[in-house]
Write a protein of this length. Sequence first.
Length: 77
Amino acid sequence: MCRIHAARTMPVMSERPRQAQLTIEFDGDRVIGELRDERDTVSAFSGWLELISAVYSLATPAIAPEGSPECLDPSIN
């Protein structure tokens, strides 16, 4: 019987820091605002979890569509 073990990879820090502009308004326990990255992509949020999600999406690369050059050759990214 053959067993296959999936390898886990740790995320690698990017070579240069990412920069973003955070605009946030506090309303009691609630937060609203937007996060703008260096490409001017805006992620609006309303609430703490959406703020965390916006920051997380800035730190994780977008998934390339099946068949795109990035999907076929990971060295492109």
